[in-house]
Design a protein around this ligand. Structure first.
Ligand code: DNO
Ligand code: MN
Length: 362
């Protein structure tokens, strides 16, 4: 298990590289150029800038999250080829700085969705919360306004510029079924996976969050069956998964331990976090500890360990603790605590039965 930590970039994150460096066992950052709009090529000089910043702290750049996919690709429009070409150029440039994994998602219009960014928990900490009945009834336009009003930093997936076009986007998705979306994903993967393969990069799709359709838009990466289908589209190690336990865990029917046993060879990147799901379908993001939520974090770490996992792992969202002012879900404290919990589990498992490493592996 190779521990990495998401960092949004200089001036775009309340957490510094110096702080990240002090979290035990963190070897690299999970990064992106958040100011480059989806569909555009990532400029080499900006990539090199991040490389130099990380190098000062001896943190690697192996994992990128995310290179976002332009809506025209998801919609299957004729203009998609131009955006796919740009995506390929970005892959080639990322290969030049040694990137090994590119996380992306294929959710129409919105990335992750929550109804509250600072829900107060019993202990006074706050966390991201999803109230099912609220999202079922809310006008998406109002929802977007609220999200942006409640955060001082723009959040990936919710950038105001992109969302200015919300009307036309919703219009464009009318008549796009989930089968259409699968076809568009297949078209995209068939174009980019051979390129990634050539450069030794693994593409790793992030599940839909939450893993069901919202606002009448289709969502397809929702559970074990959909991962099976995804992997068959292009049967290559470069067509992989970012297995996010919190996203899949929002649907209690998802058996994440079973997913790990089935797909571990195609999981280059794991997001590990817990959520507490309530009977009415609401969920809140809790501490990483197993007892604190409904996702079996201990079982998940054990499943990775049982399969000799050598991929990258990051704690995913955390709560906001001790008065920390930060990007929603991305404070320093709770994610650092999460890392120590994951290491605790991992080291105990290693002590009981060390992973026998193959020649040449890490
Ligand atoms: C939620 C987070 C996501 C993720 C993107 C990846 O679980 O990990 O916001 O960063 O969806 O594309
Ligand atoms: Mn995630």
């Amino acid at each position: 298990m190779r521990m990495v930590f998401r960092w949004f970039g200089e001036g775009n994150d309340t957490v510094s590289l110096g702080q990240i460096k002090q979290i035990p066992g963190v070897e690299g950052i999970v990064w992106a150029l958040h100011d480059v709009p989806a569909g555009e090529e990532w400029p080499m000089e900006k990539i090199l800038e991040v490389r130099d910043q990380a190098a000062k702290y001896n943190l690697h750049l192996d994992v990128v999250e995310s290179v976002n996919v332009h809506e025209d690709i998801k919609l299957g429009l004729p203009t998609r080829d131009r955006y796919i070409q740009n995506y390929i150029t970005t892959i080639e440039r990322l290969a030049q700085v040694g990137v090994k994994v590119i996380c992306y998602n294929f959710m129409p219009v919105f990335d992750w969705a929550r109804t509250e960014l600072h829900k107060t928990m019993d202990d006074g900490s706050t966390a991201l919360f999803f109230e099912k009945s609220k999202i079922d009834g809310i006008d998406p336009f109002k929802f977007v306004q609220e999200i942006n009003q409640n955060s001082t930093l723009t959040m990936p997936g919710w950038e105001p510029e992109r969302l200015e076009h919300l009307n036309s986007l919703f219009e464009a998705y009318k008549g796009v079924s989930s089968e259409d979306l699968w076809e568009h994903l297949a078209y995209f993967l068939k174009a980019i996976v051979p390129v990634a393969e050539r450069y030794g990069i693994q593409m790793a799709i992030h599940p839909d969050d939450p893993p069901w359709p919202i606002f009448g838009l289709p969502r397809i990466i929702t559970g074990q069956e959909s991962l099976r289908r995804l992997l068959k589209i292009v049967d290559s190690p470069s067509n992989g998964i970012t297995l996010c336990s919190g996203s899949f865990g929002a649907n209690p029917d998802n058996d994440i331990v079973s997913m790990i046993h089935e797909f571990h060879e195609r999981i280059p990147f794991a997001h590990i976090r817990n959520v507490r799901v309530y009977d009415n379908g609401d969920f809140i993001e809790t501490s990483h500890r197993t007892q604190d939520g409904t996702v079996d974090i201990t079982g998940i770490v054990k499943a990775y360990h049982d399969n000799g996992f050598t991929g990258y792992v990051r704690p995913d969202h955390g709560r906001h603790l001790w008065g920390e002012e930060c990007r929603p879900g991305y404070g320093l404290y709770d994610r650092a605590l999460g890392i120590m919990y994951l290491w605790g589990l991992w080291d105990a498992l290693e002590r009981v039965q060390p992973i026998t490493r193959k020649e040449g592996s890490i």
